[in-house]
Design a protein around this ligand. Structure first.
Ligand SMILES: Cc1cc2nc3c(=O)[nH]c(=O)nc-3n(C[C@H](O)[C@H](O)[C@H](O)COP(=O)(O)OP(=O)(O)OC[C@H]3O[C@@H](n4cnc5c(N)ncnc54)[C@H](O)[C@@H]3O)c2cc1C
Length: 386
């Protein structure tokens, strides 16, 4: 059998790119397939751009471990490659009625190994951040923001510098286990957008890092038992920009809500303020996932009334006419909104023929950006050992 590639990665979001980079750097011949005409066009460019500390996730979960590890790898990477970022710190605010929830969250963060966390009282908040209304808060100095576009471009450059290919307008269609010695995959790819042609490439390993499409892609990979493919539930997160003066230079979050971290204030590197994301469960016809635009990213302007009401609780001087619709992103969740938050899944070799190299990444919602280099480290180490 003629092997074209050691590893084929489906999806050029931050996670697929970070993984391809790690593998290219240990000498693997790598190709990244991306159906869009550029890298990082889906969830990876539709998020808050926050480097999370690792507070929210269950002890020993993949989310907790990869967030804490990924954060330190990410700061190191950003410094080394001179990519803009800022340790803005972050406050999670509460009042006396929900202070026990805040304390629980604080201890979760400590258990997860988040450094420098402390609880601050009203007096401290009044003197340092007089515009915030809260009785107490968790202060996380290690949280920050990053130029996501710069990070994506840097990963892309490194893959290419190490001989890897990034094939844009190249849509994964299906994969069959190679005949012959039973190792590897024959992968059908549609190349070139509208005037597409179909080609078949062969690869020892296949990594499904297709974000919102990971479940759909898995159903097109030969030999994966149906019960091994988790259902994805989609939850949209809408953002509104805050025009005019913003009195904050740190990120401000309320306590987490069902399905998300709560509508929070984040800043970009120019200190412009953004509120979001909220949580809007959406249903998507799975048959439409093959179409060009299966997701509706438009924002209903009237959602701003909810944003305003929620934000007034901790930012009483905000005016409603400061809010303008910005953009939205969609979370690939493995739980419904009312269920316990699910963990990331890094699934190894589930195809019927276990000698066939396959890794599926499911449910890579937040903190996937922060965790990307740590997820890449896990996948690279698995492939290198097998
Ligand atoms: C609203 C929101 C806010 C968030 N905020 C944060 C945050 O502040 N901090 C943080 O750490 N994380 C955050 N996240 C999570 C983070 O953005 C994601 O976990 C991360 O971007 C996922 O990257 P990915 O590479 O897995 O997926 P994606 O970026 O979605 O990439 C998947 C790629 O696969 C491609 N693809 C799909 N199907 C095919 C196919 N058939 N053939 C070829 N290519 C295909 C897609 O085009 C896409 O480019 C947020 C997420 C959301 C939705």
């Amino acid at each position: 059998m003629n092997i074209d590639f050691d590893v084929t990665v489906i999806g050029a979001g931050v996670v697929g790119l970070a993984t391809a980079r790690a593998l290219a750097m240990v000498g693997k011949k790598v190709i990244v397939l991306e159906s869009n005409n550029d890298v990082g066009q889906e969830t990876s460019s539709r998020n808050s751009g926050v480097i999370h500390a690792g507070i929210y996730y269950d002890k020993n979960s993949l989310k907790a471990k990869t967030c804490v590890r990924g954060r330190s790898l990410l700061y190191e990477y950003l410094l080394k490659h001179k990519i803009s970022h800022k340790k803005t710190g972050k406050l999670i605010v509460a009042n006396h009625t929900n202070s026990s929830q805040l304390e629980k969250l604080f201890f979760k963060g400590i258990e997860n190994g988040v450094e420098e966390l402390k609880i601050v009282e009203k007096q401290y908040l009044r003197s340092c951040i007089p515009d915030v209304r809260a009785d107490l808060a968790i202060h996380s100095p290690v949280s920050g923001i990053v130029d996501v576009h710069g990070f994506i471009q840097s990963l892309t450059g490194e893959i290419q510098d190490h001989g890897g290919d990034i094939a844009k307008l190249s849509k994964f269609i299906s994969a069959k286990q190679s005949k012959g010695n039973g190792q590897g995959w024959d992968i059908q790819v549609s190349c070139g957008g509208l005037d597409s042609e179909r080609i078949v490439i062969s690869s020892n390993w296949l990594i499904n890092s297709a974000g919102l499409f990971a479940e759909h892609i898995a159903s097109r990979i030969e030999g994966i038992p149906e019960k091994k493919i988790p259902t994805t539930y989609f939850a949209k997160g809408n953002y509104f920009t805050v025009n005019g003066y913003c009195p904050f230079n740190t990120l401000i979050y309320p306590l987490p809500e069902k399905g998300g971290l709560g509508t929070h204030l984040t800043l970009d590197l120019g200190n412009h303020a953004l509120l979001g994301p909220d949580v809007e469960p959406i249903s998507v016809d799975k048959n439409a996932l093959d179409s060009d635009q299966p997701f509706d990213y438009s924002i209903v302007e009237t959602r701003k009334f909810n944003f305003y009401e929620n934000t007034l609780k901790w930012w009483p001087s905000l005016k409603i006419d400061q809010l303008q619709p910005a953009y939205s992103g969609i979370r690939p969740k493995l739980n419904q909104i009312n269920e316990k938050p699910a963990d990331f899944i890094i699934q190894n070799n589930v195809a019927n023929n276990s000698s066939t190299g396959l890794i599926n990444l499911f449910g890579i919602e937040s903190p996937g950006l922060t965790a990307s280099l740590a997820i890449a480290e896990i996948v690279e180490s698995y492939i290198t050992k097998h």
